[in-house]
Design a protein around this ligand. Structure first.
Ligand SMILES: [Zn+2]
Length: 275
C-alpha cells in the first residue's frame, strides 16, 4: 500500500470526476491520501470530502493564499484546529510556508503567517506540512526560531546541506513528479543517497505532472496542460525504487513507515487493501 502524502483532491481541477480519481488511486494501490488545505474558505468542503472517504487532511493557509487572507483567518484556523482536535483525520497543520518563486508577493506577511501557524501547530500538538519554494533557507530560519513536532517539507527541491538541516529539525522530505525527470539531477541524486528514513512520496496533484504526462512544446503552446492525479504515485514510487535499488514492496513500505513517523495520527486510519 502506498501513501500519497500531499494531494489537493479538493482542487477545482477534480470537480468533474473526483470520486473516479480517488477510485483510480485506490485501484492503483494508494491506500491513503493526505489532503492539505490552502485557505480558510476551503476548510469545510475539504473536511467534508476527507470525512466522506476516510482521507487524512491538514488545515492551514498556503503562502500563495496569504495575500488574499484576512488577519482574522489565523484566528479561524486556530478555531478550526480546536474544533478538529478530536478528529483522527486531521493529521497536520498545512500547507504552510514561504514562496519566493511567484514574483511580487509580500514576504514579511508570508513570514508572519508562517510563524503564527508554526505556533498554532505546536499548540495543537500537530506536525506541519511545509511549502518551501525558492525559500528553503528562510523556512529553515523560521523553524529554528520555532522548532516543530516534525512533519514534511513537501516538494523538496534543495541542496544536500538544506536536506540535512531539515532532517536535523525532524522533518521528512517529500518527493514527487520532479523526481521522474532525467534533468532533475540534484533531486534524483539526493533521492538516491539520503538516509532511507528521510523520504516520503507525494503527487501534489493536480500539479507537478510526472515526466510521462508531459505535453509537447506544441501542445503547451496550444494551452493543453496535464492534470496530475494520485494514481500516479506508485509509478513515482517505481522511479524511487529504481534510483535506490529497492523493490517496489520495499519502497512502498519504507516510504509508508516514514510518512507515519512524520504524521503519527495517520497510523490508526483504516488501510484500504491493495487492488
Ligand atoms: Zn501543495
Amino acid at each position: 500500500m502506498w501513501i500519497d502524502s500531499h494531494c489537493h483532491l479538493d482542487a477545482p481541477e477534480f470537480d468533474a470526476d473526483r470520486v473516479e480519481v480517488l477510485a483510480a488511486a485506490r485501484a492503483a494501490g494508494v491506500g491513503q491520501l493526505v489532503l492539505p488545505a490552502v485557505a480558510v474558505a476551503h476548510f469545510e468542503p475539504l473536511q467534508r470530502l476527507a470525512r466522506a472517504h476516510g482521507l487524512a487532511y491538514a488545515l492551514g493557509i498556503h503562502p500563495l493564499f496569504v495575500e488574499q487572507a484576512q488577519d482574522g483567518d489565523l484566528e479561524c484556523l486556530q478555531q478550526a484546529l480546536a474544533d478538529a482536535a478530536a478528529d483522527p483525520l486531521c493529521v497536520a497543520v498545512g500547507e504552510i510556508g514561504l514562496d519566493r518563486f511567484v514574483p511580487g508577493l509580500d514576504l514579511p506577511r508570508q513570514q508572519r503567517f508562517l510563524q503564527t501557524q508554526l505556533a498554532l501547530a505546536n499548540a495543537a500538538g500537530l506536525p506541519v506540512i511545509l511549502h518551501t519554494r525558492r525559500a528553503l533557507d528562510e523556512v529553515l530560519a523560521a523553524l529554528r526560531r520555532q522548532p516543530v513536532r516534525g512533519g514534511i517539507a513537501h516538494a523538496f527541491n534543495g541542496s544536500a546541506q538544506q536536506a540535512s538541516q531539515l532532517l536535523t529539525l525532524g522533518l521528512k522530505l517529500g518527493f514527487g513528479g520532479t523526481l521522474t525527470f532525467e534533468r532533475s539531477r540534484r533531486i534524483r541524486e539526493l533521492a538516491r543517497t539520503l538516509p532511507p528514513q528521510a523520504l516520503v512520496l507525494e503527487t501534489d496533484a493536480p500539479d507537478i505532472a510526472p515526466q510521462w504526462m508531459q505535453r509537447s512544446a506544441a501542445e503547451r503552446a496550444a494551452g493543453v496542460t496535464s492534470r496530475n492525479t494520485p494514481a500516479e504515485l506508485p509509478r513515482i514510487g517505481a522511479t524511487l525504487a529504481q534510483l535506490r535499488g529497492w523493490t517496489l514492496e520495499e519502497t512502498a513500505s519504507i516510504t509508508r513507515a516514514n510518512t507515519l513517523v512524520a504524521l503519527p495520527r495517520l497510523a490508526p486510519l483504516p488501510a484500504v487493501p491493495d487492488a
